[in-house]
Design a protein. Structure first.
Length: 588
Protein backbone atom coordinates (compact mmCIF):
# COMPACT_ATOMS: atom_id res chain seq x y z
CA UNK A 1 0.00 0.00 0.00
CA UNK A 2 1.48 3.31 -1.12
CA UNK A 3 0.25 6.40 0.74
CA UNK A 4 0.07 9.84 -0.91
CA UNK A 5 -0.63 13.02 1.06
CA UNK A 6 -2.27 16.00 -0.66
CA UNK A 7 -2.93 19.33 1.04
CA UNK A 8 -5.65 20.28 -1.39
CA UNK A 9 -8.39 18.30 -3.11
CA UNK A 10 -7.71 18.68 -6.82
CA UNK A 11 -10.53 19.20 -9.29
CA UNK A 12 -9.70 16.02 -11.14
CA UNK A 13 -12.31 14.02 -13.02
CA UNK A 14 -10.28 10.80 -12.80
CA UNK A 15 -9.89 11.17 -9.02
CA UNK A 16 -13.61 11.93 -8.69
CA UNK A 17 -14.54 8.80 -10.61
CA UNK A 18 -12.18 6.51 -8.66
CA UNK A 19 -13.04 8.08 -5.28
CA UNK A 20 -16.77 7.59 -5.81
CA UNK A 21 -16.23 4.06 -7.09
CA UNK A 22 -14.54 3.32 -3.77
CA UNK A 23 -17.53 4.81 -1.91
CA UNK A 24 -19.81 2.43 -3.84
CA UNK A 25 -17.78 -0.54 -2.55
CA UNK A 26 -18.17 0.47 1.13
CA UNK A 27 -20.47 -1.75 3.18
CA UNK A 28 -22.77 1.27 3.80
CA UNK A 29 -22.15 3.96 1.14
CA UNK A 30 -23.07 7.50 2.19
CA UNK A 31 -23.48 10.75 0.28
CA UNK A 32 -21.19 12.35 2.89
CA UNK A 33 -18.29 10.15 1.74
CA UNK A 34 -18.31 11.36 -1.86
CA UNK A 35 -15.72 13.41 -3.69
CA UNK A 36 -18.32 16.13 -4.33
CA UNK A 37 -19.04 16.55 -0.62
CA UNK A 38 -15.36 16.93 0.27
CA UNK A 39 -14.78 19.38 -2.58
CA UNK A 40 -17.76 21.53 -1.50
CA UNK A 41 -16.40 21.67 2.06
CA UNK A 42 -12.97 22.71 0.81
CA UNK A 43 -14.49 25.44 -1.36
CA UNK A 44 -16.67 26.88 1.43
CA UNK A 45 -14.45 26.50 4.50
CA UNK A 46 -10.98 27.14 3.11
CA UNK A 47 -10.39 29.91 5.68
CA UNK A 48 -10.82 27.61 8.69
CA UNK A 49 -10.16 24.08 7.41
CA UNK A 50 -7.01 23.01 5.59
CA UNK A 51 -7.31 19.59 3.91
CA UNK A 52 -5.03 16.65 4.60
CA UNK A 53 -6.08 14.15 1.95
CA UNK A 54 -4.56 10.68 2.26
CA UNK A 55 -4.83 8.52 -0.86
CA UNK A 56 -3.74 4.86 -0.76
CA UNK A 57 -2.81 2.92 -3.90
CA UNK A 58 -2.22 -0.81 -4.27
CA UNK A 59 0.61 -2.44 -6.23
CA UNK A 60 -1.36 -2.17 -9.46
CA UNK A 61 -1.84 1.59 -8.97
CA UNK A 62 -5.56 1.36 -8.15
CA UNK A 63 -7.00 3.70 -5.55
CA UNK A 64 -7.78 1.56 -2.51
CA UNK A 65 -8.14 4.09 0.34
CA UNK A 66 -9.27 7.70 0.95
CA UNK A 67 -9.06 9.59 4.24
CA UNK A 68 -10.33 13.17 3.92
CA UNK A 69 -8.93 14.86 7.03
CA UNK A 70 -8.18 18.49 7.83
CA UNK A 71 -6.35 20.74 10.27
CA UNK A 72 -8.09 23.66 11.94
CA UNK A 73 -7.01 27.27 11.35
CA UNK A 74 -4.38 27.14 14.11
CA UNK A 75 -3.07 23.76 12.96
CA UNK A 76 -3.46 22.26 16.45
CA UNK A 77 -6.07 19.59 15.73
CA UNK A 78 -6.79 17.01 13.06
CA UNK A 79 -10.40 16.11 12.24
CA UNK A 80 -12.50 14.68 9.46
CA UNK A 81 -12.75 17.32 6.74
CA UNK A 82 -16.53 16.83 6.64
CA UNK A 83 -17.11 16.58 10.41
CA UNK A 84 -19.11 19.83 10.71
CA UNK A 85 -21.24 19.13 7.65
CA UNK A 86 -21.66 15.36 7.32
CA UNK A 87 -23.95 13.15 9.39
CA UNK A 88 -21.50 10.26 8.98
CA UNK A 89 -17.71 10.33 8.47
CA UNK A 90 -15.33 7.42 7.85
CA UNK A 91 -12.10 6.16 6.32
CA UNK A 92 -12.90 4.81 2.84
CA UNK A 93 -11.51 1.44 1.81
CA UNK A 94 -12.53 -2.13 1.26
CA UNK A 95 -13.35 -3.92 4.51
CA UNK A 96 -10.35 -6.25 4.30
CA UNK A 97 -7.93 -3.31 3.86
CA UNK A 98 -9.41 -1.00 6.52
CA UNK A 99 -7.09 -1.91 9.39
CA UNK A 100 -3.94 -1.62 7.25
CA UNK A 101 -5.13 1.70 5.74
CA UNK A 102 -5.99 3.28 9.11
CA UNK A 103 -2.65 2.12 10.54
CA UNK A 104 -0.78 3.66 7.59
CA UNK A 105 -2.55 7.01 8.05
CA UNK A 106 -1.92 7.09 11.80
CA UNK A 107 1.72 6.19 11.30
CA UNK A 108 2.06 9.14 8.91
CA UNK A 109 0.29 11.52 11.34
CA UNK A 110 2.34 10.40 14.33
CA UNK A 111 5.82 10.10 12.88
CA UNK A 112 5.99 12.53 9.97
CA UNK A 113 3.32 15.12 10.77
CA UNK A 114 3.91 15.00 14.57
CA UNK A 115 0.22 15.47 15.34
CA UNK A 116 -0.57 15.53 19.08
CA UNK A 117 -4.38 15.52 18.97
CA UNK A 118 -6.91 13.97 16.59
CA UNK A 119 -10.67 14.50 16.96
CA UNK A 120 -12.85 12.23 14.83
CA UNK A 121 -16.57 13.00 15.05
CA UNK A 122 -19.60 11.21 13.63
CA UNK A 123 -17.90 7.89 12.93
CA UNK A 124 -20.62 5.22 12.63
CA UNK A 125 -20.48 2.85 15.61
CA UNK A 126 -21.17 -0.13 13.34
CA UNK A 127 -18.14 0.67 11.16
CA UNK A 128 -15.06 -1.54 11.60
CA UNK A 129 -13.01 1.67 11.47
CA UNK A 130 -13.59 2.17 15.22
CA UNK A 131 -11.66 -0.94 16.20
CA UNK A 132 -9.01 -0.18 13.56
CA UNK A 133 -8.49 3.29 15.07
CA UNK A 134 -8.14 1.91 18.60
CA UNK A 135 -5.54 -0.58 17.41
CA UNK A 136 -3.60 2.06 15.44
CA UNK A 137 -3.79 4.48 18.40
CA UNK A 138 -2.12 1.95 20.71
CA UNK A 139 0.65 1.29 18.22
CA UNK A 140 1.32 5.02 17.68
CA UNK A 141 1.06 5.86 21.42
CA UNK A 142 -2.18 7.84 21.27
CA UNK A 143 -4.63 7.69 24.18
CA UNK A 144 -8.13 7.17 22.86
CA UNK A 145 -11.38 8.34 24.46
CA UNK A 146 -14.53 7.24 22.63
CA UNK A 147 -18.07 8.32 23.46
CA UNK A 148 -21.45 8.27 21.81
CA UNK A 149 -21.98 11.32 19.64
CA UNK A 150 -25.48 10.99 18.19
CA UNK A 151 -28.22 8.42 17.84
CA UNK A 152 -29.62 9.04 14.37
CA UNK A 153 -33.27 8.14 13.88
CA UNK A 154 -34.15 6.23 10.72
CA UNK A 155 -37.25 4.85 9.04
CA UNK A 156 -36.85 1.43 7.44
CA UNK A 157 -39.48 1.64 4.72
CA UNK A 158 -39.81 -2.13 4.47
CA UNK A 159 -40.69 -2.35 8.18
CA UNK A 160 -43.48 0.23 8.08
CA UNK A 161 -46.93 -0.98 8.94
CA UNK A 162 -49.44 -0.46 6.15
CA UNK A 163 -53.07 0.57 6.14
CA UNK A 164 -55.70 -1.35 4.21
CA UNK A 165 -54.98 0.95 1.27
CA UNK A 166 -51.29 -0.07 1.36
CA UNK A 167 -50.22 3.40 2.50
CA UNK A 168 -47.76 3.55 5.43
CA UNK A 169 -49.44 3.90 8.83
CA UNK A 170 -47.90 7.11 10.16
CA UNK A 171 -48.30 8.66 13.63
CA UNK A 172 -50.94 11.29 14.43
CA UNK A 173 -52.97 10.68 11.28
CA UNK A 174 -55.92 12.80 12.38
CA UNK A 175 -53.68 15.77 13.15
CA UNK A 176 -51.95 15.34 9.78
CA UNK A 177 -55.25 15.39 7.90
CA UNK A 178 -56.51 18.46 9.78
CA UNK A 179 -53.24 20.34 9.28
CA UNK A 180 -52.95 19.51 5.59
CA UNK A 181 -56.58 20.54 5.07
CA UNK A 182 -56.00 23.85 6.90
CA UNK A 183 -52.81 24.62 4.95
CA UNK A 184 -54.44 23.62 1.67
CA UNK A 185 -57.21 26.22 1.70
CA UNK A 186 -55.35 28.36 -0.87
CA UNK A 187 -54.51 25.37 -3.05
CA UNK A 188 -53.77 21.64 -2.80
CA UNK A 189 -50.75 20.68 -0.68
CA UNK A 190 -48.12 18.96 -2.80
CA UNK A 191 -44.37 18.28 -2.89
CA UNK A 192 -42.05 19.93 -5.39
CA UNK A 193 -38.51 18.50 -5.79
CA UNK A 194 -35.61 20.50 -7.27
CA UNK A 195 -32.91 18.07 -8.46
CA UNK A 196 -30.78 20.21 -10.78
CA UNK A 197 -28.76 23.34 -10.08
CA UNK A 198 -31.02 25.24 -12.48
CA UNK A 199 -34.02 24.27 -10.33
CA UNK A 200 -32.32 24.68 -6.94
CA UNK A 201 -30.69 28.08 -7.50
CA UNK A 202 -33.92 30.16 -7.80
CA UNK A 203 -35.40 28.82 -4.54
CA UNK A 204 -32.27 28.40 -2.41
CA UNK A 205 -32.27 31.96 -1.05
CA UNK A 206 -35.89 31.68 0.11
CA UNK A 207 -35.02 28.45 1.93
CA UNK A 208 -32.03 30.13 3.61
CA UNK A 209 -34.01 33.18 4.71
CA UNK A 210 -36.82 31.03 6.10
CA UNK A 211 -34.33 28.87 8.01
CA UNK A 212 -32.62 31.89 9.59
CA UNK A 213 -36.00 33.42 10.50
CA UNK A 214 -37.25 30.19 12.04
CA UNK A 215 -34.17 29.92 14.23
CA UNK A 216 -34.54 33.51 15.44
CA UNK A 217 -38.04 32.70 16.65
CA UNK A 218 -36.64 29.78 18.65
CA UNK A 219 -33.94 32.10 20.07
CA UNK A 220 -31.06 30.59 18.13
CA UNK A 221 -28.83 31.76 15.30
CA UNK A 222 -28.99 29.49 12.26
CA UNK A 223 -25.72 28.24 10.78
CA UNK A 224 -27.11 29.53 7.47
CA UNK A 225 -26.57 33.08 8.73
CA UNK A 226 -22.87 32.42 8.15
CA UNK A 227 -21.55 32.97 4.60
CA UNK A 228 -19.43 29.82 4.55
CA UNK A 229 -22.45 27.60 5.26
CA UNK A 230 -24.44 29.27 2.49
CA UNK A 231 -21.50 28.83 0.09
CA UNK A 232 -21.30 25.17 1.09
CA UNK A 233 -24.97 24.44 0.36
CA UNK A 234 -24.82 26.26 -2.97
CA UNK A 235 -21.61 24.54 -4.08
CA UNK A 236 -22.83 21.14 -2.89
CA UNK A 237 -26.09 21.51 -4.82
CA UNK A 238 -24.17 22.52 -7.94
CA UNK A 239 -21.79 19.55 -7.70
CA UNK A 240 -24.44 16.95 -6.83
CA UNK A 241 -26.89 18.09 -9.48
CA UNK A 242 -24.89 16.21 -12.14
CA UNK A 243 -25.82 12.91 -10.45
CA UNK A 244 -29.25 14.26 -9.38
CA UNK A 245 -28.53 13.26 -5.78
CA UNK A 246 -29.55 16.70 -4.48
CA UNK A 247 -33.25 16.97 -3.60
CA UNK A 248 -34.43 20.37 -2.38
CA UNK A 249 -38.03 19.60 -1.46
CA UNK A 250 -40.71 22.25 -1.02
CA UNK A 251 -44.16 21.56 0.36
CA UNK A 252 -46.45 23.85 -1.60
CA UNK A 253 -49.90 25.18 -0.86
CA UNK A 254 -50.90 26.30 -4.31
CA UNK A 255 -48.07 28.65 -5.35
CA UNK A 256 -46.85 29.26 -1.79
CA UNK A 257 -43.92 27.32 -0.30
CA UNK A 258 -44.68 26.48 3.33
CA UNK A 259 -41.94 23.98 4.28
CA UNK A 260 -38.55 22.94 2.91
CA UNK A 261 -36.02 20.13 3.21
CA UNK A 262 -32.54 20.45 1.73
CA UNK A 263 -31.86 16.74 1.35
CA UNK A 264 -30.42 13.99 -0.81
CA UNK A 265 -31.28 10.64 -2.34
CA UNK A 266 -28.32 8.28 -2.47
CA UNK A 267 -28.07 4.51 -2.80
CA UNK A 268 -31.52 3.70 -1.46
CA UNK A 269 -31.62 6.39 1.26
CA UNK A 270 -33.51 9.69 1.37
CA UNK A 271 -31.76 12.07 3.77
CA UNK A 272 -33.73 14.53 5.93
CA UNK A 273 -30.73 16.86 6.17
CA UNK A 274 -31.73 20.49 6.77
CA UNK A 275 -35.47 21.21 7.05
CA UNK A 276 -37.37 24.38 7.91
CA UNK A 277 -40.86 25.84 7.56
CA UNK A 278 -42.80 29.08 7.41
CA UNK A 279 -43.15 30.27 10.98
CA UNK A 280 -46.57 31.84 10.30
CA UNK A 281 -47.96 28.31 9.97
CA UNK A 282 -46.31 26.82 13.03
CA UNK A 283 -49.63 25.88 14.65
CA UNK A 284 -50.25 23.46 11.77
CA UNK A 285 -46.89 21.65 12.28
CA UNK A 286 -45.77 22.07 8.64
CA UNK A 287 -42.39 20.41 9.27
CA UNK A 288 -44.09 17.33 10.68
CA UNK A 289 -46.46 17.26 7.70
CA UNK A 290 -43.60 17.61 5.22
CA UNK A 291 -41.75 14.67 6.75
CA UNK A 292 -44.92 12.57 6.67
CA UNK A 293 -45.45 13.30 2.98
CA UNK A 294 -41.78 12.51 2.20
CA UNK A 295 -42.12 9.14 3.97
CA UNK A 296 -45.32 8.39 2.03
CA UNK A 297 -43.63 9.22 -1.26
CA UNK A 298 -40.48 7.26 -0.35
CA UNK A 299 -42.56 4.21 0.57
CA UNK A 300 -43.98 4.15 -2.96
CA UNK A 301 -40.50 4.17 -4.55
CA UNK A 302 -39.03 0.65 -4.81
CA UNK A 303 -35.54 2.10 -5.16
CA UNK A 304 -35.65 3.61 -1.65
CA UNK A 305 -35.15 1.53 1.50
CA UNK A 306 -34.51 4.07 4.28
CA UNK A 307 -35.39 7.64 5.24
CA UNK A 308 -32.50 8.85 7.39
CA UNK A 309 -33.46 11.66 9.80
CA UNK A 310 -29.85 12.57 10.58
CA UNK A 311 -28.23 14.12 13.62
CA UNK A 312 -30.26 15.41 16.54
CA UNK A 313 -32.69 13.75 18.92
CA UNK A 314 -35.78 15.87 18.28
CA UNK A 315 -39.00 14.44 19.65
CA UNK A 316 -40.84 14.45 16.32
CA UNK A 317 -38.20 12.15 14.80
CA UNK A 318 -38.80 9.55 17.48
CA UNK A 319 -42.49 9.42 16.51
CA UNK A 320 -41.58 8.24 13.00
CA UNK A 321 -38.41 6.19 13.59
CA UNK A 322 -38.40 2.40 13.66
CA UNK A 323 -34.61 1.98 13.83
CA UNK A 324 -31.51 3.99 14.76
CA UNK A 325 -27.85 4.30 13.82
CA UNK A 326 -25.33 5.47 16.39
CA UNK A 327 -22.23 7.58 15.77
CA UNK A 328 -19.09 7.95 17.89
CA UNK A 329 -16.85 10.86 18.83
CA UNK A 330 -13.20 9.82 19.30
CA UNK A 331 -10.52 12.01 20.86
CA UNK A 332 -6.92 10.76 20.48
CA UNK A 333 -4.06 12.53 22.24
CA UNK A 334 -0.43 11.94 23.05
CA UNK A 335 -0.84 13.88 26.31
CA UNK A 336 -2.05 11.92 29.35
CA UNK A 337 -3.21 15.13 31.02
CA UNK A 338 -5.16 16.17 27.93
CA UNK A 339 -6.72 12.69 27.75
CA UNK A 340 -7.88 12.87 31.38
CA UNK A 341 -9.15 16.42 30.87
CA UNK A 342 -11.29 15.31 27.90
CA UNK A 343 -12.84 12.50 29.95
CA UNK A 344 -13.52 14.80 32.91
CA UNK A 345 -15.06 17.48 30.70
CA UNK A 346 -17.42 14.94 29.15
CA UNK A 347 -18.45 13.47 32.52
CA UNK A 348 -19.17 16.91 33.98
CA UNK A 349 -21.13 17.94 30.87
CA UNK A 350 -23.23 14.76 31.11
CA UNK A 351 -24.08 15.45 34.75
CA UNK A 352 -24.92 19.08 34.05
CA UNK A 353 -27.12 18.16 31.06
CA UNK A 354 -29.13 15.80 33.25
CA UNK A 355 -30.13 18.75 35.48
CA UNK A 356 -31.75 21.48 33.32
CA UNK A 357 -31.56 24.14 36.03
CA UNK A 358 -27.88 23.49 36.58
CA UNK A 359 -27.31 23.55 32.83
CA UNK A 360 -29.10 26.91 32.54
CA UNK A 361 -27.03 28.30 35.42
CA UNK A 362 -23.80 27.07 33.83
CA UNK A 363 -24.81 28.61 30.52
CA UNK A 364 -25.49 31.92 32.28
CA UNK A 365 -22.12 31.85 34.03
CA UNK A 366 -20.34 30.91 30.80
CA UNK A 367 -21.99 33.80 28.97
CA UNK A 368 -21.02 36.26 31.73
CA UNK A 369 -17.43 35.03 31.70
CA UNK A 370 -17.33 35.32 27.91
CA UNK A 371 -18.69 38.90 28.02
CA UNK A 372 -16.14 39.85 30.67
CA UNK A 373 -13.34 38.31 28.60
CA UNK A 374 -14.42 40.33 25.55
CA UNK A 375 -14.50 43.53 27.64
CA UNK A 376 -11.03 42.79 29.03
CA UNK A 377 -9.67 42.26 25.54
CA UNK A 378 -11.28 45.43 24.18
CA UNK A 379 -10.83 47.84 27.11
CA UNK A 380 -7.97 46.46 29.18
CA UNK A 381 -7.73 45.54 32.86
CA UNK A 382 -7.90 49.05 34.34
CA UNK A 383 -11.08 50.14 32.54
CA UNK A 384 -12.74 46.79 33.16
CA UNK A 385 -12.03 46.99 36.90
CA UNK A 386 -13.42 50.54 36.92
CA UNK A 387 -16.57 49.36 35.18
CA UNK A 388 -17.03 46.48 37.63
CA UNK A 389 -16.52 48.80 40.61
CA UNK A 390 -19.07 51.24 39.25
CA UNK A 391 -21.63 48.49 38.64
CA UNK A 392 -21.18 47.12 42.15
CA UNK A 393 -21.53 50.58 43.64
CA UNK A 394 -24.77 51.18 41.72
CA UNK A 395 -26.17 47.92 43.07
CA UNK A 396 -25.40 48.92 46.67
CA UNK A 397 -26.34 52.59 46.49
CA UNK A 398 -26.99 54.95 43.67
CA UNK A 399 -29.15 57.44 41.87
CA UNK A 400 -30.21 57.30 38.24
CA UNK A 401 -31.83 60.25 36.50
CA UNK A 402 -33.79 59.76 33.28
CA UNK A 403 -34.74 62.57 30.89
CA UNK A 404 -38.00 62.37 28.91
CA UNK A 405 -38.27 64.06 25.51
CA UNK A 406 -41.25 64.92 23.32
CA UNK A 407 -40.99 64.93 19.53
CA UNK A 408 -40.92 68.28 17.77
CA UNK A 409 -42.04 69.43 14.34
CA UNK A 410 -42.10 67.38 11.16
CA UNK A 411 -38.79 66.24 9.74
CA UNK A 412 -37.44 68.43 6.94
CA UNK A 413 -36.81 66.73 3.58
CA UNK A 414 -33.51 64.86 3.34
CA UNK A 415 -31.63 64.23 0.13
CA UNK A 416 -30.02 61.08 1.51
CA UNK A 417 -31.28 57.61 0.63
CA UNK A 418 -31.94 56.69 4.27
CA UNK A 419 -35.42 55.36 4.90
CA UNK A 420 -37.44 53.45 7.46
CA UNK A 421 -38.44 49.84 6.99
CA UNK A 422 -40.97 48.06 9.26
CA UNK A 423 -39.45 45.10 11.08
CA UNK A 424 -40.82 41.62 10.49
CA UNK A 425 -39.26 38.19 10.80
CA UNK A 426 -37.80 38.23 7.29
CA UNK A 427 -36.20 41.63 7.91
CA UNK A 428 -34.66 40.36 11.14
CA UNK A 429 -33.33 37.31 9.26
CA UNK A 430 -31.72 39.56 6.64
CA UNK A 431 -30.19 41.67 9.41
CA UNK A 432 -28.83 38.55 11.14
CA UNK A 433 -27.14 37.45 7.90
CA UNK A 434 -25.67 40.93 7.42
CA UNK A 435 -24.39 41.28 11.00
CA UNK A 436 -23.54 37.66 11.80
CA UNK A 437 -20.07 38.63 13.07
CA UNK A 438 -21.52 41.19 15.54
CA UNK A 439 -22.48 39.18 18.65
CA UNK A 440 -24.20 42.07 20.41
CA UNK A 441 -26.34 42.85 17.37
CA UNK A 442 -27.30 39.17 17.10
CA UNK A 443 -28.47 39.29 20.73
CA UNK A 444 -30.53 42.35 19.88
CA UNK A 445 -32.11 40.60 16.89
CA UNK A 446 -32.97 37.54 18.99
CA UNK A 447 -34.64 39.83 21.50
CA UNK A 448 -36.50 41.57 18.69
CA UNK A 449 -37.72 38.26 17.25
CA UNK A 450 -39.17 37.38 20.63
CA UNK A 451 -40.86 40.78 20.83
CA UNK A 452 -42.53 40.36 17.42
CA UNK A 453 -44.82 37.69 18.81
CA UNK A 454 -46.19 40.05 21.49
CA UNK A 455 -48.01 42.22 18.89
CA UNK A 456 -48.03 45.24 21.25
CA UNK A 457 -44.86 46.86 19.86
CA UNK A 458 -43.80 48.04 16.42
CA UNK A 459 -40.22 47.77 15.20
CA UNK A 460 -38.37 49.79 12.58
CA UNK A 461 -35.04 49.61 10.81
CA UNK A 462 -33.17 52.47 9.21
CA UNK A 463 -31.66 51.29 5.92
CA UNK A 464 -29.60 52.93 3.21
CA UNK A 465 -30.10 52.81 -0.55
CA UNK A 466 -28.42 49.39 -0.75
CA UNK A 467 -30.73 48.00 1.94
CA UNK A 468 -28.02 47.80 4.63
CA UNK A 469 -29.32 47.87 8.20
CA UNK A 470 -27.98 50.93 10.05
CA UNK A 471 -30.21 51.32 13.11
CA UNK A 472 -33.13 49.60 14.86
CA UNK A 473 -35.80 50.98 17.20
CA UNK A 474 -39.16 50.04 18.70
CA UNK A 475 -42.29 51.92 19.72
CA UNK A 476 -45.09 50.97 22.10
CA UNK A 477 -47.76 52.62 24.23
CA UNK A 478 -46.27 54.98 26.80
CA UNK A 479 -48.76 54.39 29.61
CA UNK A 480 -47.63 51.55 31.87
CA UNK A 481 -44.31 51.15 30.07
CA UNK A 482 -41.72 49.41 32.28
CA UNK A 483 -38.49 51.40 32.38
CA UNK A 484 -35.57 49.23 33.48
CA UNK A 485 -33.48 52.29 34.34
CA UNK A 486 -36.09 53.18 36.98
CA UNK A 487 -37.11 49.59 37.69
CA UNK A 488 -40.77 50.62 37.59
CA UNK A 489 -43.63 51.42 35.24
CA UNK A 490 -44.18 55.00 34.14
CA UNK A 491 -47.35 57.00 33.51
CA UNK A 492 -48.10 58.51 30.12
CA UNK A 493 -47.81 62.32 30.08
CA UNK A 494 -50.59 62.58 27.48
CA UNK A 495 -53.29 60.28 26.07
CA UNK A 496 -52.34 57.93 23.21
CA UNK A 497 -48.64 58.75 23.49
CA UNK A 498 -46.03 56.36 22.15
CA UNK A 499 -42.57 55.83 23.52
CA UNK A 500 -39.48 54.92 21.52
CA UNK A 501 -37.30 52.30 23.19
CA UNK A 502 -34.61 49.68 22.65
CA UNK A 503 -32.74 51.68 20.02
CA UNK A 504 -29.66 49.96 18.63
CA UNK A 505 -26.93 50.79 16.12
CA UNK A 506 -24.71 47.90 14.93
CA UNK A 507 -21.04 48.40 15.77
CA UNK A 508 -20.02 48.92 12.12
CA UNK A 509 -22.51 51.80 11.69
CA UNK A 510 -21.83 53.82 14.84
CA UNK A 511 -20.69 57.42 14.97
CA UNK A 512 -22.51 58.51 11.81
CA UNK A 513 -25.70 60.03 13.22
CA UNK A 514 -28.02 57.16 12.27
CA UNK A 515 -29.61 57.08 15.74
CA UNK A 516 -30.82 60.66 15.46
CA UNK A 517 -32.08 60.26 11.91
CA UNK A 518 -33.97 57.07 12.78
CA UNK A 519 -35.86 58.56 15.71
CA UNK A 520 -36.63 61.67 13.64
CA UNK A 521 -38.24 59.57 10.92
CA UNK A 522 -40.14 57.37 13.38
CA UNK A 523 -41.53 60.40 15.21
CA UNK A 524 -42.57 61.98 11.91
CA UNK A 525 -44.32 58.77 10.84
CA UNK A 526 -46.22 58.51 14.12
CA UNK A 527 -47.12 62.18 13.97
CA UNK A 528 -48.71 61.56 10.55
CA UNK A 529 -50.74 58.79 12.19
CA UNK A 530 -51.92 61.23 14.87
CA UNK A 531 -49.74 59.80 17.65
CA UNK A 532 -47.25 61.80 19.74
CA UNK A 533 -43.81 60.24 20.21
CA UNK A 534 -41.65 60.36 23.31
CA UNK A 535 -38.19 59.05 24.02
CA UNK A 536 -36.03 58.81 27.13
CA UNK A 537 -32.37 58.68 28.02
CA UNK A 538 -30.30 58.27 31.15
CA UNK A 539 -28.90 61.69 32.02
CA UNK A 540 -25.41 60.19 32.25
CA UNK A 541 -25.56 58.93 28.65
CA UNK A 542 -24.33 62.14 27.06
CA UNK A 543 -24.05 60.74 23.53
CA UNK A 544 -27.69 59.60 23.63
CA UNK A 545 -28.85 62.95 25.03
CA UNK A 546 -26.94 64.78 22.33
CA UNK A 547 -28.42 62.60 19.57
CA UNK A 548 -31.99 63.03 20.86
CA UNK A 549 -31.74 66.81 21.14
CA UNK A 550 -30.08 67.09 17.74
CA UNK A 551 -33.02 65.14 16.29
CA UNK A 552 -35.41 67.90 17.37
CA UNK A 553 -36.88 66.30 20.53
CA UNK A 554 -37.62 68.64 23.46
CA UNK A 555 -36.83 67.76 27.06
CA UNK A 556 -40.04 67.98 29.13
CA UNK A 557 -39.30 66.45 32.51
CA UNK A 558 -37.15 63.92 34.34
CA UNK A 559 -37.55 61.13 36.88
CA UNK A 560 -34.87 59.96 39.29
CA UNK A 561 -34.46 56.61 41.00
CA UNK A 562 -32.70 56.37 44.34
CA UNK A 563 -31.78 52.95 45.66
CA UNK A 564 -30.07 51.59 48.74
CA UNK A 565 -29.56 47.84 48.54
CA UNK A 566 -33.07 46.41 47.83
CA UNK A 567 -35.03 49.59 48.58
CA UNK A 568 -35.83 52.14 45.91
CA UNK A 569 -37.76 55.36 45.39
CA UNK A 570 -38.63 57.11 42.13
CA UNK A 571 -39.28 60.85 42.16
CA UNK A 572 -40.04 63.31 39.43
CA UNK A 573 -42.03 66.32 38.32
CA UNK A 574 -43.73 67.32 35.08
CA UNK A 575 -44.92 70.64 33.65
CA UNK A 576 -48.32 71.69 34.91
CA UNK A 577 -49.90 71.18 31.50
CA UNK A 578 -49.13 67.47 31.63
CA UNK A 579 -50.53 64.64 33.65
CA UNK A 580 -48.92 64.66 37.06
CA UNK A 581 -46.35 61.96 37.64
CA UNK A 582 -46.79 60.58 41.11
CA UNK A 583 -43.93 59.60 43.31
CA UNK A 584 -43.43 55.87 43.10
CA UNK A 585 -42.04 53.82 45.95
CA UNK A 586 -41.27 50.16 45.62
CA UNK A 587 -39.45 47.40 47.40
CA UNK A 588 -37.64 45.09 44.96
Amino acid sequence: MRLVLLREIPEDEDLRRRWNALVERMDQPQIFFTYEWALAVQCAYRETLHPLLFLAYDDAGALCGVAALATNASGDDISFLTATTGDYCDFLSLTELRTAFVDAVFRELSRKQTVDRIILANLPSDSITGSAIRQAARQQHYRCFARTAYVCAQISLGSLQRTSGEKPALPRQKMLRRSLHAMGRDGPVSLDHARSWEAVAPVLNQFILTHVARFLVSQRVSNLARPERRRFLAELARLLSASRCIVLTRMMSGERAIAWNYGFQFRGTWFWYQPTFDNDLEKYAPGFCLLAKIIEEAAENPGLKVVDLGLGAEEYKERFANQTRETMHLTLQTSTLGHLRAILRYRVASIVKAAPKVEAAMRYVRERVRSLTVRLRQQGVAKTLGWLTKRLGERLWGQTEVFFYESGNSVPPDASELRLRPLDLNQLACAAIEHVEDDETLKYLLRSAQRLSSKDSEGFALVDGAGRFLHFAWTTGFHGFFLSELNSKVTSPSPDSLILFDCWTPAAARGRGYYGRAIELIADLQNARGRKSWIFSAAANTSSVRGIEKAGFHRRYSLARQNVLWWQRVRGSVPASMTAVAEVSAHV
